[in-house]
Design a protein. Structure first.
Length: 66
């Protein structure tokens, strides 16, 4: 966990919710390497992403939209 109490790693589903994007868009961002993923230690079918990576991506998107 990070110092703020948030989880350091989140699922791709949680990341999609934070970014407010579709499954297809999430898959594209992962495929293009814009969001690095890591295998879940207990379930290899699931992928995890760093919360910080998602926050940075969201901030960049918000800057471009402004």
């Amino acid at each position: 966990m990070t110092q703020s109490g948030n989880k350091e790693w989140i699922t791709t589903t949680e990341a999609r919710g934070l970014l407010n994007i579709s499954t297809r868009t999430m898959a594209r961002l992962i495929r293009e390497g814009k969001i690095p993923t890591h295998s879940h230690p207990l379930d290899r079918r699931k992928k995890l992403v760093r919360r910080d990576d998602i926050v940075v991506l969201k901030q960049e998107a918000e800057k471009m939209a402004a």
